[in-house]
Design a protein around this ligand. Structure first.
Ligand code: PLP
Length: 381
């Protein structure tokens, strides 16, 4: 009989996508679910960005474009990265991808051979392990709840370790890795001659402190693949627009994966991306402020509830409160009894069952109502 390969069948479904589907189904059956589970901000794309896409489509930008992306967009991405981290990228070392997720997969496709190990942060985003598996590699968990422990990195490395995936700011905790952690990571990668895949899709949602990145450090630039995205920065999740920045001279080879798979991101979406970057100073501080305000509201509200401990994260729109209870049971109870969706921390590989991930992507009024319902319901059944 015909069968599907292990590479696909052994994958766990995406827990976050599954929860999104459950919320959608509950809403379709008439329930008013207040969603604290989705990584998709309620903020709509700025109308000027939508206009740019429409103009581009009407102007004929509806054909295949260059596989690496439009030169003007790659230049604009290089300028943004220069402003952000001080790292100068030749636009030829940047390729435009359909979202950050595909940038990650493209990097892993280029780096991972069957049998290779890739260190993957836990708690961490749910797609890292599956993407490594899709490339024939083995994900090796790396505990990273409070800080990146260099001794732990040393213990996890083997002769088969090909790369380490690091995400900062971190989904699900909202933490930003410190300069010490990032420079320790680069030294470690140099010492063991392994690649760094650095996922910075939340880097524009920084609420306090600095944002150090490995590509900005000596030794880091030439071994780091940077995963970037328009999704969270500009409220453009559905547009599927991201980028992969890589060490000099590799893009031509890496690009073959794009050429033989999705080929290119539609030109009209890329032209909208250029418009988005031109509006950066105007729109991004506003989004950031919206999320900061929501985080403060949620921290204040949740801190009053028995058994919940949380504090303001340095970045993102996520809270990762510690709870005195079983995360799966609490998330299920809140969804079933008070119509509030959240995600158990253990879905992200957090140790134990003592955390929830709350995503403050819903409108302010929904957040306030969700906090009231949670305060009334509490943790215990
Ligand atoms: N990386 C992290 C840590 C994420 O949380 C997400 C989305 O939730 C992504 C990458 C991918 O985002 P996108 O493919 O929309 O750019």
């Amino acid at each position: 009989p015909l069968s599907l390969v292990d590479r696909v069948t052994s994958l766990k479904p995406s827990a976050t996508v599954e929860m999104t589907e459950r919320v959608r189904a509950a809403r379709a059956s008439g329930r008013r679910i207040l969603a604290l589970s989705s990584g998709d901000p309620s903020i709509d794309t700025d109308p000027r960005i939508i206009d740019a896409a429409e103009r581009a489509m009407r102007g004929g930008a509806t054909h295949y474009g260059p596989a690496a992306g439009l030169p003007a967009l790659r230049e604009a991405i290089a300028l943004r990265e220069q402003a952000r981290s001080g790292t100068a990228y030749d636009p030829n070392d940047i390729i435009v991808t359909p979202g950050g997720k595909f940038a990650l997969l493209t990097a892993l496709m280029a780096l991972v051979e069957a049998g290779d190990e890739v260190l993957v942060p836990e708690p961490g985003w749910v797609s890292y392990g599956p993407c490594v598996r899709l490339c024939g590699g083995t994900p090796v968990p790396l505990a990273l709840l409070d800080r990146l422990d260099l001794e732990m990195l040393e213990r996890a490395v083997t002769p088969r370790t090909k790369a380490v995936i690091i995400n900062s700011p971190v989904n699900p905790t909202g933490r930003v890795l410190s300069t010490e952690e990032i420079s320790g990571l680069v030294e470690f990668a140099v010492r063991h001659d392994i690649w760094i895949v650095f996922d910075q899709v939340y880097c524009d949602l920084l609420h306090s402190g600095r944002f150090p990145s490995p590509q900005a450090l000596p030794g880091g630039r030439e071994r780091t693949f940077v995963v970037d995205s328009f999704s969270k920065t500009f409220g453009m999740t559905g547009w599927r627009l991201g980028a992969l920045m890589m060490p000099a001279g590799l893009s031509k080879a890496v690009l073959k994966f794009m050429q033989h798979s999705v080929y290119c991101v539609p030109d009209f979406i890329q032209l909208a991306g250029i418009q988005a970057l031109s509006l950066y100073d105007e729109v991004v501080p506003q989004y950031r402020e919206t999320f900061r305000r929501r985080l403060e509201t949620a921290v204040a509200g949740l801190s009053k509830i028995d058994g919940i401990t949380t504090s303001m994260p340095s970045a993102t729109f996520y809270l990762f409160p510690a709870i005195a209870g079983d995360d799966v049971a609490v998330a299920k109870r809140w969804l079933d009894e008070i119509d509030v969706s959240s995600l158990p921390g253990s879905f992200f590989g957090a140790p134990g069952k003592g955390h929830l991930r709350l995503s403050l992507t819903c409108p302010d009024a929904d957040l306030e109502e969700a906090l009231e319902r949670i305060a009334r319901a509490g943790l215990a059944a």
